[in-house]
Design a protein around this ligand. Sequence first.
Ligand SMILES: Nc1nc2c(c(=O)[nH]1)N[C@H]1C(S)=C(S)[C@@H](COP(=O)(O)O)O[C@H]1N2
Ligand SMILES: [Mo]
Length: 222
Amino acid sequence: MADDDKPGLLGQIKAKLVGSKEKWAREGRLLTGVAAARSQRLPPGQRLVKDWPVLDLGVQPSVPADVWRLVVDGAVLNPLSWSFADFLAEPQVDDVSDIHCVTAWSRYDNRWTGVSAQHLLALVQPKPAVRHVILHGYDGYTTNVTLENFAAPDVVIAHAWEGRPLTREHGGPVRLIVPRYYFWKSAKWLKRIEFRADDKPGFWEVRGYHNQGDPWTEERYS
Ligand SMILES: Nc1nc2c(c(=O)[nH]1)N[C@H]1C(S)=C(S)[C@@H](COP(=O)(O)O)O[C@H]1N2
Ligand SMILES: [Mo]
């Protein structure tokens, strides 16, 4: 649909939403200026919530599990394309981690089930020049992480939360979870994982968000 080209109602809402977040980034909103030790569980400027807020670009793509595919490509020896059944046939892990959103909410103890990034790396084998990983969503969203951060043991390509299938609003059927960084790095409705030698800042990274996004040093904005 051309809701990005013509200023339809949805386009206007999206522009307003994106514009206000860009303004926050310019003004450095929510910054406390105090870095915290990693041993402090709640990062600076964050408040704990018990619910789970939904954040998106105003679009929640409908991707039924039987049409979902994940393409993993770029500078790898063994590119792959998985159906949902292929994905479930890979070794599954459970990992419990905390969520830290740049809009200042954190949520503790989320149990994710899926395929570990480390297992994926062993399968596709990035070429020696690879330094960056770009995540692409079915909504057109993109975000970037370094290969080193993608390779952390708690990074999961997840299809379930607390033992239940991921709902559409939270990125189902499959999303990425990168617990160590702000939640905007955790791409929902995951469509493609691209391995590259050079970096490619994503949707929020080109709109004033920090390129890395470490909550403990408040890498909120660039
Ligand atoms: N594909 C896609 N992934 C995305 C986003 C998005 O708009 N599209 N928003 C990001 C942001 S800013 C956050 S905070 C989290 C929100 O995830 P949640 O809605 O499950 O809380 O998803 C991230 N991943
Ligand atoms: Mo976010």
